[in-house]
Design a protein around this ligand. Structure first.
Ligand code: FAD
Length: 574
């Protein structure tokens, strides 16, 4: 008896297993149970007279204790990116102007694949980002999205997440050195050419040393609501459209069953900046010529998949002759990570990743162009090569001793905040299970390369400051073959290095651009409704008109909170 009632009450028991457990229609059907999808499902089902269905292609930690264990322990984050059932193994197409050091010139683009989405596999940094981003969104036609407008929704998110400073025990010496070095830079280089902002320790979405994600914070506590249905392993293949109205979605279940469900109010697509444009194009919403070339009937000719943006960074390797990080454990492979997990060291509940950052304005720019992050992946270097897609050769030439697990070190990571490059996502075929073709067009313009060159110079200056020198810091300039003919310490050399090693911070955004309806570059209006189609919205990182000035999880949570209010108001006032 006890066993049965325990079973009935587990959150997993609320997940729908077969289509027989679903209704034929819901008020809202949400495609994608990721960062934004979990917020929407929780908020929309707060109205007990609204019915909500959430469909997620991946599984959930609720169904599988190994997944729960892997996702909750912050140090295991890099390993999640290698597991295809937890991360989509997307990859860019070969890059013309970037990724020279990557196998096939392709950069790995992992994204979360389970309830919680990328918030369940990411590095957990939480930052609202530069307020100037949102003011620029509003000025560009995204009415209602200025910083003053969005601030209350960040505050709402911050009531749900318990933020903690990125943690400390293993990294604090290094973090302190980085923050002190930031102060040195500020004093010495805040002149006409570069103005250096404050350096600060970042906040992390962790509770008691364990990962917080949108499933934990939003969805799981709502699972017992009778008006909310959630199905995992449900791969959405199409938005069904009748005339100019979205009527529901088609999806395939784990057992391979093809199913259709109807939405009486809204279909909400929250499949992330790769998944959402892909689904729209498969459904006939996208650039006319592209859809026609694949024989897809065009229902709305919109620039879906365009305007792709990301944050690129250059890891500058700094080794130290003082033991500062991971002093208790040297972790170089997945199996070692697991070994330490089994040993249960406190290190597992430490966040690898980026504990601190500062911003830099270049020339007479009015907003920051560069962030300098402290990247704490010193002794997980082999793993890092695997997850990024860097070639063995490039990784070996990247820095001496990179394979030496006893080498203490870190990376200083200058990051391009507002790239000028605009990439695109297009369908590779009409098969909804085939990945699309992802072309970020990284570094296809001088501006982006020049900003990162200045970033390398600042990273070097930082390594030479007294706080880093006190730890015996040495910075390393990679000796890539193709760069060998450039003289030391020249822009030409650093530009060549940028083209080899600049890599993604996984902040894919912008592929279903929001803005004024009359603007031919936009896909959704400021209420995130797809232009020209009723009953269809896109709510996730893809709607950002310009990438946020900082990591993208918090802005994605914010935009889902804000749009949930819009949706509820719209339908209440009818
Ligand atoms: C490795 C990594 C590290 C990162 N680190 C940070 C960080 O430290 N801080 C930060 O702020 N940001 C970070 N980011 C970025 C941030 O996590 C994302 O920008 C944000 O979570 C995106 O949210 P989203 O709702 O747009 O998409 P996601 O959260 O990715 O959700 C999309 C969901 O849709 C599902 N889906 C896709 N296709 C289908 C389909 N056909 N049918 C059904 N469901 C489907 C996916 O499985 C997924 O659950 C990181 C991202 C990654 C990948």
């Amino acid at each position: 008896g006890i066993y049965v009632s325990y079973q009935r009450d587990t959150p997993a028991s609320y997940l729908r297993k077969t289509t027989a457990e679903l209704r034929t229609d819901y008020d809202y059907v949400i495609a994608g149970g990721g960062t934004a999808g979990c917020v929407l499902a929780a908020r929309l089902s707060e109205d007990s007279d609204s019915t909500v269905l959430l469909l997620e292609a991946g599984g959930s930690e609720l169904e599988d204790s190994l997944t729960r264990w892997l996702t909750r322990l912050p140090t295991l984050t890099p390993s999640l990116m290698l597991l295809p059932h937890l991360s989509w193994q997307y990859r860019t197409v070969p890059q013309a102007q970037a990724a020279y050091g990557f196998t096939n010139k392709q950069i790995a683009w992992p994204a979360g694949r389970m309830l919680g989405g990328s918030s369940a596999t990411n590095y957990m940094l939480y930052t609202r980002g530069l307020s100037t981003t949102y003011d620029a969104w509003a000025a560009g036609g995204a009415t209602g999205w200025s910083y003053a407008d969005v601030k209350p929704f960040f505050e709402k998110v911050e009531q749900v997440i318990e933020l903690t400073p990125t943690s400390a025990t293993y990294f604090q010496t290094l973090t302190d050195a980085f923050l002190a070095a930031g102060k040195f830079l500020q004093r010495s280089y805040s002149n006409g050419r570069a103005s250096i902002g404050d350096f600060y320790q970042l906040s992390s979405a962790m509770v008691d040393g364990k990962r917080w994600h949108a499933g934990i914070g939003y969805l799981f506590p709502a699972l017992n609501r009778p008006n909310l249905h959630v199905m995992t392993h449900a791969h959405v293949t199409k938005v069904n459209i009748d005339g100019k109205r979205a009527t529901g979605v088609s999806f395939q279940t784990q057992s391979g069953e093809e199913a259709v469900v109807m939405a009486t109010k809204d279909v909400i697509v929250s499949m992330g900046a790769v998944g959402s444009p892909t689904l729209l194009m498969l459904s006939g919403i996208g650039p006319r010529a592209h859809l026609q070339s694949l024989g897809i009937e065009v229902i709305a000719d919109l620039p879906v998949g365009q305007n792709l943006q990301d944050h690129l960074f250059v890891p500058v390797r700094v080794t130290l002759n003082t033991s500062v990080s991971f002093t208790e454990a040297k972790v170089t492979t997945v199996s070692e990570l697991l070994k330490y997990a089994l040993l249960g060291t406190g290190m597992l509940t430490e966040s690898v990743g980026m504990p601190a950052a500062g911003s830099v304005k270049l020339g007479d720019e009015s907003t920051a162009e560069l962030f300098l992050y402290l990247l704490n992946i010193g002794s997980t270097s082999r793993l890092y090569q695997l997850i990024s897609g860097l070639s063995e050769e490039a990784w070996r030439r990247f820095a001496p001793g990179i394979y030496d697990p006893s080498a203490e070190g870190c990376f200083i990571a200058p990051t391009l905040v507002y790239a000028h490059a605009r990439g695109n996502i297009t369908l590779a075929s009409r098969d909804p299970f085939q990945f699309p073709s992802i072309n970020p067009q990284y570094l296809n313009n001088d501006h982006d390369v020049e900003v990162l060159i200045q970033g390398i110079r600042l990273a070097i200056k930082m390594a030479m400051t007294q706080p880093f020198q006190a730890l015996g810091a040495t910075y390393h300039i990679p000796d890539f073959h193709l760069c060998a003919h450039h003289p030391a310490d020249t822009d030409a050399l650093y530009g060549c290095i940028v083209k080899h090693i600049a890599m993604t911070m996984y902040h894919y955004a912008g592929t279903c651009k929001m803005g004024r309806s009359s603007d031919p570059a936009t896909v959704v209006d400021p209420q995130l409704r797809v232009k020209g189609i009723s009953g269809l919205r896109v709510v996730d990182a893809s709607v950002m008109p310009a990438i946020s000035g900082g990591n993208t999880m918090a802005p994605t949570l914010m935009l889902a909170e804000k749009t949930a209010v819009d949706i509820r108001q719209q339908h209440r006032s009818r």
